[in-house]
Design a protein around this ligand. Structure first.
Ligand code: SF4
Length: 431
């Protein structure tokens, strides 16, 4: 069968893996990040709620004879089936489902799909994949020219997270038990990526150091992983960015320093303990600061990501975040307005929260009032500016940087209002 996999804008790792699975079954498969398809069947890989609302994607699917959607948006298939003109949605992990789906179509005997039959949505229970080792992914020729936060591609080493953060899809989509690929399977893939011209590889997932985690913590598995990957790629081409502050220690951080580009990104989220508790982050403000200091003492650079305008965030909570940044002096800062991704507890919370108190809709009347921002956008923008002042060597914010921060805050505000609109439309299916 002739199959096109379309991963709009960016090659998602999942799209490459499914390409490899289908190729091994004997199908002719192409993968593209453009909205183009010449296949009898098209698989559309969507990772963000915003993509569901993108008019180019909505128009594109109407032109296709048979199209199935997979990726994180599949977590709420009712929304996908109603918003997009598609034949079925893969509800969970795709590797064990995709071959039967393209060969035989969706049916209520196939686990992990949703489709419309008559006036009803049929949704079958998804099953987590037992063995995460998979065939070599399908590697498109232009993958080496892709740049996602400095890497050509993000690879997956394990699934699941022990955390339960309310804003995050990972533990809901993949569960709270850690399942890891074998080291051999990962290394074979990375050798093949390198042969195909890929230079920079990042390890994706909520917490890289959970690789190999079983009944007992096995940090040796993570250290062996980065050492072996670094031998293939060279440390300057490997990053393992995302870490939970409570799953790093000196040994792990030293391995990050020795075998990778030497950066970690902690999801700090807030400097207010009240907000960390509300987000069910499972850490304290002190632990966050301790981890930053430990990383720095090990010679590792530290980026921190923060969430503003989470329901219930007061001015005092926000000020505590600014103070945290002054204490932590991070090397880089990411600022996000809380995004209520469908299927997460935050989505329900945002829906139930009184609209007049939601900072995404409240007009900012402070320092930046001339810019006509919402309070959420103003906090996001201000945090980006503050991040530059709180570096070990403060950076002057020039006009171009100021404008790009402003634009970024506005885009986030606009996108989250759209997501809120979608949630309101489907409030009965959001649990
Ligand atoms: S620790 Fe990271 S991956 Fe895990 S639930 Fe929290 S945000 Fe998600």
């Amino acid at each position: 069968m002739n199959i096109s996999i379309v991963s709009p804008g960016t090659y998602t790792y999942g799209s490459l893996v499914l390409g490899g699975v289908l190729k091994k079954r004997g199908h002719t498969v192409t993968v593209t990040h453009r909205l183009r398809s010449g296949g009898e069947v098209t698989l559309l890989s969507l990772f963000s709620t915003g993509q569901l609302l993108d008019p180019r994607i909505r128009d594109f699917v109407k032109t296709l004879p048979t199209v199935y959607v997979g990726g994180p948006v599949g977590f709420t298939p009712e929304i996908v089936l109603d918003e997009l003109d598609v034949d079925a949605v893969v509800v969970g992990e795709g590797e064990d489902v995709v071959a039967s789906l393209v060969e035989d179509g969706p049916s209520d005997d196939l686990a992990g799909v949703a489709f419309v039959e008559g006036d009803e949505i049929v949704k079958t229970r998804s099953r987590p994949v037992d063995n995460l080792d998979h065939p070599i992914p399908l590697i498109p020729e232009d993958l080496s020219s892709q740049n996602v936060r400095g890497a050509n591609v993000y690879i997956e080493t394990h699934r699941g997270c022990l955390g339960a953060c309310t804003f995050c899809q990972v533990p809901r989509f993949f569960g709270r038990t850690i399942r890891s690929r074998s080291l051999e399977n990962i290394l074979a893939e990375v050798r093949e990526l390198k042969r195909a011209g890929v230079r920079r590889v990042a390890v994706s997932g909520g917490t890289g150091s959970l690789f190999g985690y079983g009944k007992d913590v096995n940090k040796g598995a993570f250290i062996e992983l980065v050492r072996a990957l670094s031998e293939i790629l060279g440390p300057r081409n490997l990053s393992v960015p995302d870490m939970r502050v409570d799953f790093v220690d000196q040994e792990i951080l030293e391995a990050i320093r020795n075998y990778t580009i030497g950066w970690v990104f902690f999801g700090i989220e807030s400097g207010s303990q009240k907000m960390l508790n509300a987000m069910r982050k499972g850490v304290t403000v002190e632990k966050n600061l301790e981890a930053v200091e430990l990383a720095r003492s090990c010679g590792v650079k530290v980026g921190g990501s923060f969430i503003v305008a989470y329901p219930g965030e007061t001015q005092e909570d926000y000020d505590a975040t600014l103070e945290f940044m002054e204490d932590a002096m991070l090397d880089d800062v990411f600022s996000s307005v809380a995004e209520p991704i469908p299927g997460t507890p935050l989505a329900r919370l945002a829906l139930d929260y009184p609209r007049e108190e939601n900072l995404i809709y409240r007009e900012h009347k402070g320092e930046y009032r001339a810019l006509k921002l919402s309070e959420a956008e103003a906090r996001c923008f201000n945090l980006m500016l503050h991040g530059q002042n709180c570096k070990l060597v403060p950076r002057l914010v020039n006009d171009a940087m100021y404008q790009s921060f402003l634009e970024e805050a506005r885009v986030q505000g606009r996108d989250i209002k759209r997501v809120m609109g979608l949630l309101e439309k489907y409030k009965d299916v959001i649990v």
